[in-house]
Design a protein around this ligand. Structure first.
Ligand code: ATP
Ligand code: MG
Length: 577
């Protein structure tokens, strides 16, 4: 490809709406252009990168025994009603109507469709296990599309679904996909860390996310990990042991009584007023789960992890209640108080979930739905209800590893892929069954396995760049090498550059010849910004038979004869293909 013809416009400035490196660089280097919020044009350079990632994914999935298919992007409402997700999926699901007023949606994921495909085609145990995958655009109307390709509304995903007849078969496929993912990300030039995770709206129990670890804002997930053992988990799933704390207030409260606690709206105000550690306060929080209130109880020095709470309730969407909603809830239960004094007593029809930290608390302080008052020296029997204890706590740095007891560390990660054990979450409600050896209908035991293709490309930029631009790993670079004649009017320079270009092309190398009549400095800047892994510069030293060979990753500059430079690139390209 000649640079003069390549469809690429590099920009002098970073886009003003970009917060993270990959977004900034992919726009500035001419890879993507925003069409509307969270929706991008993948320009030719980007498309080459994406196709390379897709091909790596395809090769590894095929090698792992999975079969590629392609399902429709638009899906009928009826299927989502069968699985029960139409009502509960939330606003991320882009719903539409066709001309006959039939409900449809843009595919955010394809569990429903693949389950219907399987139920039509996989009727006997003899056909199982099977793993089917596709690579396709998805649409999710994300609350906060941001960070360019890292969190788009339309994005490219590889999604695979496995169907098995037993848990053992599923476990085997899960491991098989784990291994395939490890190879895929390695080939893409990415170090990934598999971490335990929550399985969210997709459901199921066992799941892992493959994280690209980063210390930048691009890492939207907090990952807790232990240096002393192999424990690592997403914050929405992480558990920890806590150091000892004062959880029995017997030295502070001799009796159970209602105490005036004026203007103590916050935990800090309350613990200061009573002169007690916050570990002696039982905090009550109101959440709205799938439009209904839920009360969460937790020791006041700790924080609720919303995903855990959501799972404890078995819901799909969660948010903290607004003060108006809390006021309404109080009013409906005959309380006339302001937020800050709420407590679990008296909400018999509202689900209450207590964190494990609450279990052993004694003689503590709790709100009783009266303004400026708290119950002190309280015990669980004073709450007049059975408590249901579940871990709904957000782990914090320094808490202790659940496996080995050493302090946990936290870092941030970009989730580039994940693997889930779904079990029968979709096959059961959708009556997707096969006949077993005894001719009995059984639901498939399913797994699902996603990789964000476009997010992986952006994550690769996050992992490989410097102040001059992108440093693509060779395997996913849009082109392997750029050949730069310093002065295109110099006949010798130009003819050697053209010869190198032709030689490289003949050897299967993807090469760009920068034939523009621009200053060398401009061409070098563009080469670094675009991120070609190698640059061969034909300048004055060609009169001595030498060209300059630059390795983008390390910045190394070497002098070679033209044919040696060609050979170097060929070797580097062969090493990754
Ligand atoms: P996240 O927690 O980041 O929203 P998710 O759990 O919703 O991800 P899945 O539904 O499991 O993700 O999708 C599979 C893969 O698709 C993810 O691992 C990620 O790489 C990619 N992905 C998900 N949402 C987006 C998005 N909005 N933009 C780009 N890639 C995405
Ligand atoms: Mg999501």
């Amino acid at each position: 490809m000649k640079m003069s013809k390549l469809f690429v416009q590099t920009l002098r400035e970073y886009p003003s709406d970009a917060e993270v490196v990959s977004h900034k660089l992919l726009v500035r280097a001419g890879y993507i252009r925003k069409l509307t919020s969270g929706v991008y044009n993948y320009l030719p350079l980007m498309w080459r990168v994406l196709k390379k990632i897709e091909n790596i994914v395809r090769e590894e999935m095929d090698n792992a025994g999975a079969q590629e298919l392609l399902m429709p992007f638009v899906q009928p409402k009826e299927l989502w009603e069968e699985s029960g997700r139409w009502e509960v999926y939330g606003k991320e699901l882009m719903r539409l109507k066709d001309r006959h007023d039939r409900g449809m949606c843009l595919g955010p994921t394809h569990e429903e469709v693949i389950t219907s495909v399987a139920r039509d085609g996989l009727k006997s145990y003899k056909q199982l296990p099977v793993n089917l995958y596709q690579i396709q655009s998805k649409f999710r109307d994300e609350v906060r599309p941001r960070f360019g390709l890292l969190r788009g509304r339309e994005f490219i995903m590889k999604d695979a679904y496995s169907f098995a007849t037993s848990q053992e078969e599923l476990d085997k496929e899960y491991k098989n996909m784990w291994n395939a993912y490890t190879r895929i990300f390695k080939r893409c030039g990415l170090d990934t860390k598999p971490v335990q995770s929550d399985s969210g709206a997709i459901g199921g129990s066992v799941s892992h996310e493959f994280m690209v670890i980063t210390d930048t804002d691009a890492g939207e997930n907090d990952v807790f990990y232990c240096n002393d053992c192999d424990y690592s988990a997403n914050s929405n799933h992480a558990i920890s042991n806590l150091p000892d704390a004062v959880i029995d207030g017997k030295d502070y409260f001799k009796e159970t009584k209602i105490l005036d606690t004026p203007n103590t709206h916050s935990i800090d105000e309350l613990s200061t007023f009573l002169n007690i550690p916050s570990t002696l306060i039982l905090k009550s929080l109101v959440y709205i789960v799938d439009k209904k209130p839920v009360i969460a109880l937790i020791r006041a020095d700790k924080t609720v992890e919303e995903t855990k709470l959501l799972n404890a309730v078995g819901g799909l969407e969660i948010r903290i209640a607004t003060s108006e909603e809390i006021a309404e809830l109080m009013g409906n239960h005959g309380f006339n108080t302001v937020p800050g004094f709420i407590g679990p007593k008296g909400f018999d029809d509202v689900p209450v979930i207590a964190d494990l930290t609450v279990k052993d608390m004694k003689n503590y302080v709790v709100g009783i739905n009266q303004t400026d008052k708290h119950l002190v020296g309280a015990n669980h029997s004073d709450l007049n209800r059975e408590l249901n204890y579940v871990d709904i706590r957000l782990v914090e740095r320094g808490e202790l590893c659940p496996q080995c007891g050493k302090p946990l560390n936290v870092t941030r990660g970009i989730e580039v892929g994940n693997i889930f054990q779904l079990g029968t979450k979709y096959s059961k409600p959708m009556n997707a069954v096969y006949l077993d050896q005894n001719g009995k209908a059984q639901p498939y035991i399913m797994g699902c396995y996603g990789i964000g293709i476009s997010r992986t490309a952006a994550a690769a930029v996050e992992a490989h760049y410097d102040e001059a631009g992108i440093k693509w790993p060779v395997a996913i670079a849009p082109y392997h090498v750029v050949v730069v004649p310093v002065n295109i009017k110099d006949e010798l320079q130009m003819s050697v550059a053209e010869k190198i270009y032709e030689d490289l092309r003949n050897k299967g190398v993807e090469v760009v010849l920068d034939d523009r009549d621009e200053r060398a400095g401009v061409k070098f800047k563009d080469a670094d910004l675009i991120g070609f892994p190698f640059r061969i510069t034909v300048g004055k030293t060609i009169t001595e038979g030498l060209v300059e060979y630059k390795i983008r990753e390390t910045g190394e500059l070497l002098s070679f004869k033209p044919e040696e430079a060609v050979e170097k690139v060929v070797e580097a390209v062969k090493a990754v293909i």
